[in-house]
Design a protein around this ligand. Structure first.
Ligand code: FMN
Length: 175
């Protein structure tokens, strides 16, 4: 079974990561979920623990499963890491190499394949800062699954909707 890291961040689209966990499991992956504190405001840890059948990594100072810091263990265990949904804030943190919580620490320590699936309001997506951050990540070989146009959580239509899960799954399986 292939281990995969699924990082869930603080976007309203976090609920879609529940279904994505299920799809990954159906494809035979062993899914390890890491959630930011903001993500836990949108979806409960217990949902991911139950769906993934693995402990969920949130707090980097919590007691690790063994003596090794969990962010290092997870980074080394999972060849592929996908951030879904990726918030504007988390993308910025990745672009700048910040590691101030469990999920950002594991992403910085991770040496393998990285996929980012952004989801946000169109203003956030089109902001010059976000565009620069996305370019920075792509320049380092991070695969970005572009958001699509459609109805946004803010109540209007625009560019920023999480790409369809089936399309993201194809990209994950593509290599
Ligand atoms: C109701 C609500 C919905 C939000 N949806 C999004 C979103 O879809 N995308 C995004 O980038 N930020 C969104 N935010 C803002 C983020 O949650 C906020 O920037 C947070 O600090 C991100 O933390 P993270 O780095 O842990 O993801 C939303 C905030 C609220 C209150």
């Amino acid at each position: 079974m292939k281990d995969i890291l699924l990082v869930v961040t603080g976007s309203i689209a976090a609920y879609k990561a529940c279904e994505f966990t299920r799809l990954l499991i159906k494809e035979g992956f062993n899914v390890h979920v890491a959630m930011t504190e903001a993500a836990t405001k949108f979806v409960g840890e217990v949902t991911f623990r139950t769906l993934s059948r693995n402990p969920v990594y949130i707090d980097q100072f919590a007691q690790p499963l063994d003596w090794r810091p969990e962010h290092v263990a997870l980074a080394e265990l999972c060849e592929t890491a996908i951030v879904l949904p990726a918030s504007a804030d988390f993308i910025a943190k990745m672009a700048y190499g910040l590691a101030d919580d469990g999920p950002s620490s594991v992403m910085l320590a991770h040496r393998g394949r990285k996929i980012v699936a952004p989801a946000m309001n169109d203003g956030m997506w089109e902001a010059p800062a976000t565009k620069e951050n996305i370019q920075k990540l792509q320049g380092r070989g991070v695969e970005v699954v572009y958001p699509t146009e459609g109805e946004l959580a803010c109540g209007k239509a625009g560019l920023g909707r999480l790409a369809p899960l089936e399309d993201i799954l194809k990209i994950v399986k593509g290599k």
